[in-house]
Design a binder for this molecule. Sequence first.
Ligand SMILES: Nc1ncnc2c1ncn2[C@@H]1O[C@H](COP(=O)(O)OP(=O)(O)OP(=O)(O)O)[C@@H](O)[C@H]1O
Length: 429
Amino acid sequence: MSSEDTTTTEPLADRVEAALRNVRDPDADVTVFEAGLIDDVRIDGGDVTVQADLSEFPPSEGQAVTSTMMRAVSDVEGVERAHVEQAPRSVDIDGREVGVERADRVIAVASAKGGVGKTTVATTLACALAADGDDVALFDADIHGPNVPELLSVSGPVQSDADGHPVPVDASAVDADDGAGDLEVMSIGLMNDSQPLAWRGAMAHDALTELFEETAWAGPDTLVIDLPPGTGDVALTTLQEVRVDGVVFVTTPFHAAVSDTHRSLQLFAENEVPVLGVVSNMGEFVCDACGEHHDLFDGDDPIDALDAPVLAEVPFTGDMQSPPQPTADGVPDVALDLGTAVADRIAEIWTVEVPENAVDLRGVPPEQRRDRVRDAFEGIASGERFEVVSDRNPGPVREFLEEQVDDELATFQVKRQNPETWRCRTEKP
Ligand SMILES: Nc1ncnc2c1ncn2[C@@H]1O[C@H](COP(=O)(O)OP(=O)(O)OP(=O)(O)O)[C@@H](O)[C@H]1O
């Protein structure tokens, strides 16, 4: 039996190779083999995977070569499924920094429901931020459906550094514009070629925690995490393990999706993750022929009712279905605008401007806080505004001030600007 298997496999391998020898490199008039583009051809029954290095081509040309190879291999008798993968690039594995906290800022991309375009948005956002000059790490935490490698056309195997830490795969553009940053990707999907993993509870928790702690990054400015849909184990584990600076929510402007989004937003806010805003995806379709915008959902836009800024309204467009690249022309303009909106929101939430005359209690030892507040309050006239910026909830300040004036404060507003900063404002009676 085994000799029969071998004879069946060998001719198929030969036939696949012969088919690929008919595909030519569009830049040099030689076959893809002679051009050195084919790294490996793997055959598993009727499944054929071609590993090719097309990274030197602009995206559209690389896509065209991929399609030609797919067609050539699919037409071979005996081939049931053909795949073309980007061959892994060699990455510098020395001098890396281990753990997600090495990133200067961490942005999670979440959705309440599956299929609303969360991974598409996370991937194009990562590319847009890199195109704008950030060194970006993209972490695919969607362990039940890790689609990021496929969307970026990158593949494993994941290498290890000298200490055995997994090293992400390089997805930087070879023809990056001046000033574009790098893009690295880590995903369970790079480690396991099999179909989506049916992991549950503890296993998902352990695998993800290990990857968060152990991955050796090249020192990214921004880490983008693609969460699985919903608020299950993986989302909660991520919030426990990672200091997330802000979450971007993706939803379609459909009533049911938006009301689920409302509940998920509350969960993030309760877990002290600042909500950067919402991406409204696939709400309209722009007709290629007439250029007109057509709404895909009837009635009022339910996203208006969410208490969160709308960061971008992304139409249903073929541009969002092409593999993005971390270059200015590698992502649609709407994604570049989203990158800017996200960066602006992070700055707004995390940059604390202390108003003139406000009392800044951040970092002040507890025993000195009351004196600071009392001195500043005594120093202002009746009717003047009094403000405090603090690294603790300044609720008790109200009682303290009311004791000072032996009167009730008509207004006392507290706002939590970010997980580390509260502001309160009142008027001296
Ligand atoms: N703005 C868009 N225009 C056109 N197609 C889109 C757009 N956004 C997403 N899509 C397509 O919708 C499908 C689902 O997108 P995606 O995989 O990003 O969703 P998801 O929310 O991450 O799903 P899940 O979490 O369930 O895997 C994909 O085929 C993607 O190409």
